[in-house]
Design a protein around this ligand. Structure first.
Ligand SMILES: Cc1cc2nc3c(=O)[nH]c(=O)nc-3n(C[C@H](O)[C@H](O)[C@H](O)COP(=O)(O)O)c2cc1C
Length: 265
């Protein structure tokens, strides 16, 4: 019996859970030793997927403002690292668009494009610079922005307004198993993964790496939030199918992997 599963293997469902546990453990291990036996889509010279999910060019985009030292309350890295905690209570205060711009740049902004749109270099590392994520935002209280679901466009540092409805907050509360602070925060970062971006290059060795990449993104959000008098809390407990449906992704070629609400603390 594998340790960590308190299940009497007495029926088919228990067997299924145990099997899934074993598969999940395998997923945590590196598959890079198999790479020499694998023909990847990159090695077959199949063109790589776009660096950013395409969007309808007719939809209005919001240019994010430049930010500078003026938004930083604490630029001492040692303080920010020492102060870092998961925050589950936020003040009833908005964040400015400049602050949001800073948080988006810190987590997924693009500093450099290498080659012929081959790779992006960002404030976070990513295995093979594949950067397999898209950032969606549930915006409740950002100065100058209508409440709603948005998507970040890192190539141009813009926001794409997707939609709004009265049910969003209630839905997210339910999706996160009643973690109300997640749904009501001024802004909720929702990171989806487009797995083919990693698979194109690393095939079955890509999946572990992509999840590790997600950790770096969220850690930068923690540190950047501390620097602007705000806080965040990594969220992995959510209903997968329901959140994918909410942000209108298919759950196969793109699905949510992580979330993090931000507010003033
Ligand atoms: C991968 C991951 C998933 C997490 N998921 C949740 C979550 O769903 N809900 C929550 O309240 N906290 C969540 N947390 C926050 C942890 O509970 C928190 O980091 C831990 O209690 C340590 O506290 P600290 O971050 O203040 O040091 C998560 C943290 C990580 C790294």
């Amino acid at each position: 019996m594998i340790s960590g599963i308190v299940t009497v293997v007495s029926n088919q469902r228990s067997v299924m859970i145990l099997k899934k546990n074993c598969e999940n453990r395998e997923m945590m291990k590196s598959n890079f030793n198999l790479m020499k036996e694998i023909e990847t889509d990159q090695s077959k010279e199949i063109p790589q997927p776009p660096l950013q999910k395409p969007f309808d060019g007719n939809v209005d985009r919001i240019k994010l403002p430049e930010f500078g030292e003026e938004i930083i309350l604490d630029n001492n890295l040692l303080h920010c690292l020492k102060k870092r905690r998961s925050h589950r209570k936020f003040k009833d205060e908005s964040l400015s668009l400049k602050e949001l711009s800073f948080l988006l740049w810190s987590t997924q902004g693009i500093d450099e494009i290498r080659g012929d749109n081959y790779a992006t270099i960002r404030p976070v590392p990513s295995a093979g610079a594949r950067h397999p994520f898209e950032t969606y935002l549930l915006i409740n209280n950002i100065d100058g922005l209508e409440k709603g679901i948005y998507r970040y466009l890192p190539l141009t540092h813009e926001l794409l307004f997707l939609f709004t409805n009265d049910e969003m907050v209630k839905k997210v509360e339910k999706i996160t198993f009643r973690q109300k602070f997640v749904a009501t925060a001024p802004v909720l970062f929702i990171w989806s993964c487009i797995p083919y971006r990693g698979e194109w290059r690393y095939s079955i060795a890509s999946h572990k790496a992509m999840l590790l990449d997600a950790g770096h993104v969220c850690q930068n959000l923690y540190i950047a939030s501390e620097a602007i008098g705000s806080g965040t809390c990594a969220i992995a407990a959510y209903d997968q199918e329901a959140i994918d449906k909410l942000i209108e992704v298919d759950g196969e070629e793109e699905f949510v992997v992580y979330m993090s609400p931000v507010g003033k603390v």
